[in-house]
Design a protein around this ligand. Sequence first.
Ligand SMILES: [Zn+2]
Length: 82
Amino acid sequence: MKCPRCGSENVNVQITNETYLKKQHHGLLWWLCIGWWWIPTKWLLFTIPALIFALFGRKKQKVVNKQVKTAVCQGCGYSWNM
Ligand SMILES: [Zn+2]
């Protein structure tokens, strides 16, 4: 593998773990303020998108672990994601 910046073959590959939270579920305040009228309105106006929303909206928050390979050039110090 070559460095895209200087063309050196002296490249180290590191594997890092990135942990992040998946899209959060609507909170209690959202339901009190918006959810109770917004959901029925949405059902009336966009039945099919609301059905899809309901299916995906019920999924609980999930922690996703993603392995990221990072290459670091030993020659110039340039790093990039693979
Ligand atoms: Zn380089």
